[in-house]
Write a protein that binds this ligand. Structure first.
Ligand code: NAD
Length: 355
């Protein structure tokens, strides 16, 4: 590790973190010089009213229609509403779907985006946007979609249903694995990813046992922040490509696919990445252990999905999904057949065993 040569690129974002901080949205937008602010938030999003109040008369429009995977036509309609309001700043408050809509809107209209995440999706820290046209989900990178300010308020997540909490935490863990195993990983992104794993691994059981525990929620959200930051410095991998096809083609919720698919992708690449595999096991609290099995156990112990069948996937879907997943790049060469076999294990919910 010492004297390892690397290039690390960072980018500027202002991150405001802490219980109750949603009331700083008004001040944060004022610091950006914004005078006409458009709020994108789920109708019942926790904190939306506080954010609205803190914006006062500078609030010029609101949008509460949010959908997973950001359908293109929804992004166009929301974008037109932002344009008609002549907004000079967009605030998106909610899960990855609200952040995704905010990103899609500012991608076409260059006004600053302020994100207030209420899940552990981590999208707020990345340049990645996703849009769905019919049954195809397209993702891309654009520096303009990156929020200028991110306000994390763990209190907003205390009511996040456990059925969303667990998968969302695994979405974050998937970011950690992607960052750790990316071809352009560097010591900084790896340190962020591993520290994120430690926080999520510690926070998840606390929150699953006591959902309104702000400390546990804070650990998950801090982990999500670090994981998103690590991912922003690298890129996604095979796990994300599989999950995006499952989401786009079969309409599965994005986060739910991660807890099922991630352990199998970790198992697939274990021999190609011995150092990263060992570091991951250590961060998951079991030095020398098998991180694929550790991740599967973490999901299983906490009542989080470990099989695609329970999400509605059927055997006949597998060849279609496998055929649509781009196999490259990946730490070891894989074919569509390898991906189909991986999906068979994931469909049945088999515990991976790389020992
Ligand atoms: P989501 O935003 O769709 O939210 C899931 C559900 O939880 C919704 O019904 C929402 O209303 C509800 N919810 C959200 N926060 C809540 C809270 N605090 N309390 C109560 N209910 C709450 O789900 P998600 O998993 O956060 O986001 C998924 C989307 O994000 C996908 O489209 C995915 O592709 C995208 N994503 C993008 C990136 C990126 O870097 N671009 C990263 C991760 C995820």
């Amino acid at each position: 590790m010492e004297n390892e040569a690397f290039v690390y690129e960072s980018w500027q974002a202002r991150v405001v973190f802490g219980p109750g901080r949603v009331d700083s949205v008004g001040d944060e937008t004022a610091l950006l010089g914004a005078k006409r602010i458009f709020l994108i938030a789920d109708r019942n999003a926790p904190g939306a009213e506080t954010a609205r109040r803190s914006l006062g008369t500078r609030l010029v429009g609101r949008w509460d229609e949010i959908a997973q995977h950001v359908p293109v036509e929804l992004a166009e309609r929301a974008g037109k509403a932002v344009e008609s309001a002549a907004a000079d700043c967009v605030v998106c408050l909610g899960g990855g779907s609200a952040t995704g809509l905010g990103k899609a809107v500012v991608r076409k209209r260059p006004v600053p985006l302020v994100a207030v995440p209420t899940t552990y999706a981590g999208s707020e820290m990345t340049t990645v946007y996703g849009l769905t046209d019919g049954d195809r989900k397209v993702t891309g990178r654009d520096p303009n979609v990156r929020p200028k300010v991110v306000v994390y308020d763990p209190e907003l997540t205390t009511g996040l249903p456990l059925a969303v909490t667990g998968p969302s935490a695994f979405n974050s863990l998937a970011h950690c694995v992607a960052a750790l195993t990316a071809p352009d990983a560097d010591p900084v992104t790896s340190a962020l990813a591993l520290e994120a794993v430690r926080h999520i691994h510690a926070g998840l059981p606390l929150v699953m046992a006591h959902p309104s525990d702000v400390e546990g929620r804070g650990r998950l959200q801090f982990g999500a922040f670090l994981a998103g930051t690590a991912l922003a410095g690298t890129g996604t991998g095979l796990n994300h490509r599989i999950c995006h096809v499952l989401g786009g083609l079969l309409g599965l919720p994005h986060a739910d696919t991660h807890s099922v698919v991630l352990p199998h992708v970790v198992a697939l690449n274990a021999t190609a990445l011995p150092r990263e595999t060992a570091r991951l096991a250590e961060a998951l609290g079991a030095p020398g252990g098998d991180p694929a099995a550790l991740l599967w156990d973490l999901a299983d112990r906490n009542g989080i999905a470990t099989d695609l069948a329970s999400l509605g996937v059927r055997p006949e879907h597998l060849p279609v999904v496998a055929g649509r997943v781009e196999p490259r790049p990946n730490p070891r060469p894989v074919t569509a057949d390898d991906i189909e076999r991986l999906l068979e294990h994931a469909l049945a919910g088999r515990r991976p065993d790389t020992a």
